[in-house]
Every structure is written in structure tokens, then in C-alpha cells.
Design a protein around this ligand. Sequence first.
Ligand SMILES: [Zn+2]
Length: 260
Amino acid sequence: MNIKILEKSDTKMRFILEKANPAFANALRRVAKNEVPTMAIEYVDFEENTSGMFDELVAHRLGLVPLTFDTAVYNLKSECKCGGKGCSRCEVTLVLEKQGPCVVKSGDMKSTDNSVQPADKDIPIIELLENQRMKFEAVAQLGLGTEHIKWQASNVGYQYVPTVKVNAEKADPKIADICPAHVFEKKDDRVKVVAEDKCILCMRCVEVSEGVSVSADDTSFIFNIESVSGLTVKEILNKSLDILEERSQELAESVKKSVK
Ligand SMILES: [Zn+2]
């Protein structure tokens, strides 16, 4: 198996996974989405809240703010040496104190650890009117998307790599207008393929015209992955592959023990 990068930034990546199979592609998708630990607020202790919104609603919004963190420092509470009681390796405190009129934003929270910060500082939390006050202490911890959506690491989708062939003599030029992915280009009443990799396999062109064939390769996958957490896409992919490797090793050891 290998990958070919098509587009890449810190938060988004598009790549082709080659020489794989649907089972592996789906395993990678599920792990990258929901099983990579990410940081989110779990408890909020309100000292003051005279805003128009209940504590619970504000706490819910705070939970959904993606937080960055140092992957080498923090552990899941269930795997931490403190036994889940809470220590500097599994918990971090963020505090906020604001008085209206203002809009409280994610970036207004002060973290006790520099590595733990809102991934986006401009997420609006609540609007405080004249003299309304908000003061709280929040505790963030690592968690998994399988427990709660606030810990989801990324959005991931994939499709088979398409092969699109056109017989210019037979193909109806209107497929260039029908195709929602703009795979074809029309010129002098003839049509040609200009962006094969953009094809979403909807088959609309095949339905309306002769001389077009679309097929899919089930050993190559175009992946789209977008981080929705404080991790970069590279960190998410690396961690996903580590998790898959760990599980395979666990299984291999279990097989060695039980099948003699
Ligand atoms: Zn701990």
C-alpha cells in the first residue's frame, strides 16, 4: 500500500490510497474519524453567570470548541498513571472572566498550559449585555469520538478511483453540462475528459449518452480528510495508523497464544 498526495494543508488533505482494499480503507476512515484521542472541555464550574443562557447550554457550547494539545504530554484518563483521578498529564484547566457588553469568544479563555488553546480563537460562545457577567473554570481532557461528538478528530470520506473514457465520435456533447463534477469539456461540439479524478461515479453521463464508459477501481481510493479537532491532518493519519498497527499486533499475539 502507498499514498499519493493530491492536495495538502494542516487541516485538509486529499490523497489516493493505492493497492489497498475496501475493508482497509473503511477501517482507516473509522479510526481517523472517531478513535484518535482529541482534547475538549468536559466539566465547567460556573462562579458567575448572569447571561440570558443556562449554565448547561454554555457548557455544551464550550465542549464543542476544538482545542490544540501536545500529543506527547497528554493521556486518556483511562490510560493515565493517576488511575483516572486527574493530574497534569490528563487534565487541563481553562478560566474565563468577562463583563458585558461584549461577545465572549473561545479565545477569551485563558489556559493553564500553553499547548492547550482553542484551535480557532474567534468562535462566539455567548453575547453578554450591559453589566452581565460570566466567570468560570473549565476542565478539558482527552476523549474519543465514539464517546461524544465533541471529541471527533476529523471528517473523512473516500471513493474508488474512477476511470472515465469517451468516444468523441459517439458521445453527446451535452454530458459536459450534465456532469456535476465538471469532468468533461466541450469544444467544437466534441467532448473530452479534462478532470477524471473529479468524477464522483454518479453515472449521469452514462445514462444520457452512448460512447461514455465510467468504471471504478476497488483497490485505489481517493480520500478526503478534514480535521475538526485541534490536531493536524498529518497527526490524525499517523495516530490512526499507529492504532491499527497496535490492534493487529494484539491480534497476532492472541493468535500465537491460542493456536499452537
Ligand atoms: Zn492523570
